[in-house]
Design a protein around this ligand. Sequence first.
Ligand SMILES: Nc1ncnc2c1ncn2[C@@H]1O[C@H](COP(=O)(O)OP(=O)(O)O)[C@@H](O)[C@H]1O
Ligand SMILES: [Mg+2]
Length: 231
Amino acid sequence: MTQKAEPSGIKKLDEALGGGFPASGISLIVGPTGVGKTLLSLQWLAEGARRGQNVVYISTTVPVERVKYYYGEMPFLKDVADKIRWYDMIIEPRDLIPFTVEKQYKLFHKVLPDIVDEKLNLNIPVHRGVIDSLTTIEKIIGDKSMFRYIAARWIRYFTMQKISTILIEEIDIGEETSGGEMRNFTEATILMDYIESKNMYMRALKIMKRYGVNHPTYWMPFHITEEGISL
Ligand SMILES: Nc1ncnc2c1ncn2[C@@H]1O[C@H](COP(=O)(O)OP(=O)(O)O)[C@@H](O)[C@H]1O
Ligand SMILES: [Mg+2]
């Protein structure tokens, strides 16, 4: 079965994913700090921008000006950095809890005023979106069941709007990479970690799931260069 996919432009990864990340679906990238989660998500957005899609990067952590400063000059991003829509999402606990649908409207409109109107309609079609990271939001909410409820609502919204979404989840180094808190909500989950090989640590990624695709399940080592992630 061939699934509709949104490719990253990283050939081996796209092949392993059956063409790319799920179109109009939710994906999750999980891993410890510095492993390359932000980079992979940016490569995927850059590929979308190169294809003329509207793509959105939302940071809940590092200010987007800094993300652009570090990654915007890298060759894979340079030509399309201006085409990506960059947003900072600064959330106060009271923006989320106690949760109401009204608050969801307000928050999305506040963060993405030119894209999302007061009623949560999109002013332009959005093809690809990244939230970097969901862990910040989880920690702000504090309560696990409340986080799951809010995450489920957001995910329904992105799916309804047919936005291909990558959610990023941070885990502590050494923490079991079992796919993260959000793994059950997603159609694709990718783990990124440092694995030991010949007494050295190297970066590797593993596709934990990708609905509809008979994907490999082994660790695939990768490198980070000026060109971004290469497998
Ligand atoms: N030009 C570069 N060449 C090689 N490695 C780089 C370059 N730029 C960044 N890196 C590596 O990429 C890592 C950052 O990846 P990033 O995607 O921000 O990690 P994460 O989002 O998982 O915390 C840095 O730790 C650094 O080692
Ligand atoms: Mg990051």
